[in-house]
Design a protein around this ligand. Structure first.
Ligand code: TA6
Length: 309
């Protein structure tokens, strides 16, 4: 079973405007709401692919109810800690006509120690051997080192961690031997202290992580696709050209495709085609979560995968 953890979920306010300028009033011409927070996105995307998952996290106030209702609508088994007396955060996604997206994220609620114990208890009681825990998204509302504690908890149960984070949390996380990491080019360069501009540099940087014995390294290259290193080899997927509307959430969709592929025992090529197609379909959607299933399927033939090594 796949489990996702969203410590700081959000309501995404997706604001469409021609362009963002400083020091003036920026007027939006369209607004949409969606669930925010990376783990919630993965769970919803998996539901769209027909795969069940459990979603853990904290939810507060009216925003929290919105998040929980959305998870329920998609049939996700949500095991959140809820309290009405505070508000889950809002994230403001400013989508400009050139399709760039700027996110302004509130800090969110700092859970109490009792709430944290309760959530960790739920998680510990649910995880079984061979389960997957997806650790992704902001955790600045919790104590430093929480991801490290969580990875120990997961591995003590012979479950696997899919880690999608950056900065210090990624640097510390790799020492716990996660099953998968998913940095982008810049995050990989920062993690390894090496350039990651060309494909050859990306591969060299991935190789430098060998001592950590990470099973899968997936490096997202944005519109350039991705490079995936598994035990079988190194592959490059090229993304199809789509009419981009909002790139927020594409990384979550890509990760969902990899998770789905692993659970179904797909080979690297098949898994990459799926992950790339649903990520491209998310980019073509104005929302930050979800994708049109039929459209994603139609994109699969335009996703190319080559083995680099
Ligand atoms: O990946 C997209 C997204 O989940 C947005 O919907 C937005 O809520 C944001 O990321 C949250 O990211 P964060 O790293 O702050 O958890």
């Amino acid at each position: 079973m796949i489990n996702t953890l969203t410590l700081n979920p959000a309501v995404d306010h997706i604001l469409f405007l021609k362009e963002v300028k400083k020091h003036i009033t920026n007027r939006v011409y369209n607004t949409m709401l969606a669930v925010g927070g990376k783990g919630t996105h993965v769970s919803i995307n998996l539901s769209l692919l027909g795969m069940p998952s459990r979603a853990f996290g904290f939810a507060y106030g009216a925003n929290g109810l919105y998040i929980l209702e959305a998870l329920e609508k998609y049939g996700v088994d949500a095991r959140f800690c809820y309290a009405a007396d505070r508000e889950s955060r809002n994230c403001y996604l400013l989508v400009e006509d050139d399709n760039t997206c700027t996110t302004i994220a509130e800090h969110g609620v700092d859970p109490t120690d009792a709430e944290m114990d309760s959530l960790l208890g739920k998680l510990a009681g649910s995880l079984q051997a061979q389960d997957v825990l997806v650790l992704s998204g902001d955790a600045s509302n919790t104590h430093p080192g929480l991801y490290d504690d969580l990875m120990d908890l997961v591995q003590a149960r012979s479950a696997r961690v899919f880690l999608d984070t950056s900065g210090t949390m990624l640097a510390e996380g790799v020492r716990h031997r996660p099953f998968l990491i998913k940095p982008n080019r810049e995050e990989l360069a920062a993690l390894c202290g090496l350039p990651a501009g060309s494909d050859a540099e990306v591969i060299r940087a991935i190789d430098s992580l060998d001592e950590h014995d990470i099973e899968v390294v997936a490096v997202s290259l944005g519109a350039g696709g991705s490079i995936l290193r598994t035990r079988q080899g190194i592959y490059k997927a090229s993304a199809p050209t789509v009419p981009v509307r909002n790139t927020a959430g594409c990384g979550d969709s890509y990760l969902s495709g990899l998770l789905y592929g692993y659970q179904k025992g797909m080979d690297a090529e098949e898994m990459l085609v799926l992950a790339t197609a649903i990520s491209a379909a998310t980019a073509a959607s104005p929302l930050s979560v979800g994708f049109d299933d039929a459209y994603a399927k139609s994109l699969e033939n335009s996703c190319t995968v080559v083995q680099l090594r």
